[in-house]
Design a protein around this ligand. Structure first.
Ligand SMILES: [Fe+2]
Length: 246
């Protein structure tokens, strides 16, 4: 089985389309999405509409998804993120608001092998930054493989012989071969708002036959996504950061 692993689209239709376009040639059996469909970008309705065209998709909700549909308050968000959430609330179609309300909370277990969560398996809003957090996360994971998002950084944590080691993935493409007896906690990076200074859309593909995970970056029309943000009168910093990948 081949799985597309993707996260944090944040209303960036151009980035999402670029990823879906690239994977057309790579045969995908299932789509696994790790949360934050919307928030920040100017195309929330279009992103959800496109996601709903994907068959065989499993999703978990992100903190922005929750805040936009009223399941969480905006108090924990910084002023720029909060104003983007307010804008998205105003502009989101009602049918998509109820779609967001129905998204499951992670961890979600797929095919007895894979866990999906947005932040961490013990708290969907927690940021896994570093090995200390990863050790805690592993103690809650019941599968050999767990995918997470939320930080917008492509990252691998491996647990082997009771040691946990983290690696930031800067190469693209980058291939990881899963070892027997090890467990993995993996972030594919962000589709719509990468923060690792590489502005290209990030995603990964897991092949359960070959036991390989490959990390990719897709170029997309950043200018168009930025133009839409500015035209929508969302904070201009949200447009600027896309070309910097921060
Ligand atoms: Fe996010």
């Amino acid at each position: 089985m081949r799985y597309l692993i993707f996260s944090d689209i944040h209303g960036n239709l151009e980035a999402l389309e670029a990823v879906l376009n690239e994977v057309k040639r790579k045969r995908i059996d299932y789509f696994l999405f790790l949360g934050d469909l919307i928030g920040y970008g100017a195309s929330p309705n279009e992103v959800i509409k496109r996601i709903l065209t994907l068959k065989k998709i499993f999703l978990v909700r992100g903190n922005h998804d929750k805040a936009v549909c009223g399941l969480d308050s905006i108090q924990t968000f910084n002023p720029i993120a909060a104003s983007a959430i307010e804008w998205t609330r105003k502009n989101l179609q009602a049918k998509y608001e109820s779609f967001l309300q129905g998204l499951p909370k992670g961890p979600l277990i797929i095919h007895q092998e894979i866990s999906l969560c947005h932040g961490a398996p013990f708290d969907e809003d927690y940021y896994i930054f570093g090995e200390f957090d990863a050790v805690e996360a592993f103690s809650f994971i019941e599968t050999p493989l767990c995918f997470f998002g939320h930080t917008h950084f492509p990252f691998i944590y491996v647990e082997k012989d009771q040691q946990v080691e983290g690696t930031f993935i800067q190469e693209s493409p980058f291939e990881l071969k899963l070892e027997k007896g090890a467990r993995y906690l993996i972030n594919p990076g962000s589709v719509g708002q990468p923060r690792d200074r590489d502005p290209r859309a990030a995603y990964a593909i897991y092949d359960s036959q070959t036991k390989k995970i490959k990390f990719y970056r897709a170029k997309y029309d950043i200018n168009r996504a930025q133009k839409k943000i500015l035209e929508a009168k969302l904070p201009s910093a949200l447009a600027e950061r896309l070309s910097l990948g921060i």
